[in-house]
Design a protein around this ligand. Structure first.
Ligand SMILES: Cc1cc2nc3c(=O)[nH]c(=O)nc-3n(C[C@H](O)[C@H](O)[C@H](O)COP(=O)(O)OP(=O)(O)OC[C@H]3O[C@@H](n4cnc5c(N)ncnc54)[C@H](O)[C@@H]3O)c2cc1C
Length: 383
């Protein structure tokens, strides 16, 4: 079977690329029986498509590379592309754009548009080789010959939805450097000093988590395995090893505490069970604020800078994304083409670019697909 372009992966970036290319110019190979499975379950079933505040600061990766790609197809262009196809995302939580009703609304648009290409579903790519000017894409069913190959196979997160390391394998085969990968946008497991967190499972509270120079604001959710919630997920993007600092009482005015006759569990703006659990840890009675000794007050104030070292993360099975991946120095920012092998392209999460929570990862998948599509269209026209 011979085709001009083979797209490996029918996820967010592969489907967008298939939608943008001329009819019958590509084949999408997707190992799942259905394409776009991650989109279906994303954003709590509503898919956080993109964000009104779009810049490289929200990404881990090369600032200039990320900016240059986003600039070519930013959130406004994405929103207008979707609107032209009948989908008008709604703003939630300040700046995040979601599907109005369900993630399938976005998936339906992409599947409808991508239908212009042939799609091989339930077919797994095993390896890619190049001889002379042609690529040979070997799957579990056949070998396809192509002029260009786009690696849109994502990262290692959520293996039950088809994630595989094939993209890194292909990159390595063609001489690309692959940055060490790790689960990201994922919860932390805790060490024994924080095992008491597990008893608070299901409770959430607003915090600021500091990892190195990065501060991540939002909810922290106590979970059975450790801690999760948006602030923790964002923190996992920047954490490698060692301590994090959690401010459990951001902006709290302590002056009132020493003068108050109210009990500490009523004074602290924390869920009661959380406040009680910390009191037990500090061996402080739940008494009136005015009855606290100076030493006890100081101990409570450490809740503004609670330090702990996560034991690890919940792993790839729970991580929304994979950080690390194919280094972007070796990819042409204007086309997404490999600087090492002509005709080989990378789009989406397989690259060493990872966004924060908030729609940044889908925007990255779509922007990089758009850039790649412009090059492939031009190439097609030039024959
Ligand atoms: C639970 C969850 C919720 C998320 N929510 C959001 C959100 O709301 N907003 C946001 O911006 N991001 C979200 N993300 C992240 C987002 O889904 C990804 O960053 C994005 O899908 C990456 O797009 P991609 O095309 O690079 O990879 P993917 O969408 O992962 O697509 C890669 C495709 O390649 C296929 N594949 C892999 N190996 C092979 C092979 N050997 N042969 C053939 N096919 C193969 C896979 O089955 C997959 O379909 C979420 C992720 C998860 C797991």
């Amino acid at each position: 079977m011979q085709t001009p372009v083979v797209i490996i992966g029918g996820g967010a970036s592969g489907l967008m690329l298939a939608s943008l290319l001329p009819k019958n110019s590509a084949i999408v190979i997707e190992s799942n029986p259905r394409a776009g499975e991650k989109i279906r379950i994303s954003g709590g079933g509503k898919c956080n498509i993109t964000n009104a505040v779009m810049d490289a600061e929200h990404y881990l990766g090369s600032d200039t590379f990320v900016s240059d790609v986003l600039w070519q197809f930013d959130q406004k262009m994405l929103l207008s592309w979707l609107k032209q196809r009948g989908l008008v995302p709604v703003l939630r939580k300040g700046s995040q754009y979601f599907c109005p009703k369900s993630a399938t609304e976005l998936l339906d648009v992409l599947l409808r548009e991508a239908r212009r290409q042939k799609m091989l579903l339930g077919e797994k790519v095993l390896e890619v080789r190049k001889r002379d000017a042609h690529f040979y894409v070997k799957t579990n069913r056949r070998t396809i010959t192509a002029n260009s190959v786009v690696v849109a196979s994502g990262g290692l997160s959520f293996p039950k939805l088809g994630a595989s390391g094939i993209g890194y394998g292909i990159a390595g085969h063609f001489g690309h450097t692959v940055m060490k990968t790790a689960p990201a946008l994922v919860g932390f497991t805790v060490q024994k000093e924080q095992f008491f967190f597990k008893e608070l499972s299901g409770i959430s509270t607003d915090v600021v988590v500091t990892v190195g120079q990065k501060q991540c604001e939002g909810a922290l959710l106590f979970a059975h395995k450790g801690i999760s919630g948006p602030a923790v997920l964002d923190a996992s993007l920047y954490w490698e090893k060692g301590q994090i600092e959690i401010d459990f009482l951001p902006g709290f005015a302590w002056e009132q505490v020493g003068k108050s006759n109210k009990r500490i569990t009523s004074l602290l703006p924390l869920p009661k069970r959380v406040a009680k659990a910390f009191l037990v840890q500090f061996a402080i009675e739940d008494k009136a604020g005015a009855a606290l000794s100076e030493e006890e007050l100081q101990q409570l104030q450490t809740l503004n800078r609670y330090r702990c070292a996560p034991a690890g993360t919940f792993g790839y099975s729970k991580a929304e994304v994979t950080k690390g991946g194919v280094v972007t120095d070796e990819i042409d920012v204007a086309t997404m083409q490999s600087r090492k092998t002509e005709g080989l392209y990378f789009t989406g999460e397989v690259m060493d670019v990872t966004g924060q929570l908030g729609g940044y990862n889908f925007q990255w998948a779509f922007s990089s697909a758009y850039v790649c599509a412009q090059k492939l269209k031009k190439q097609g026209r030039e024959g």
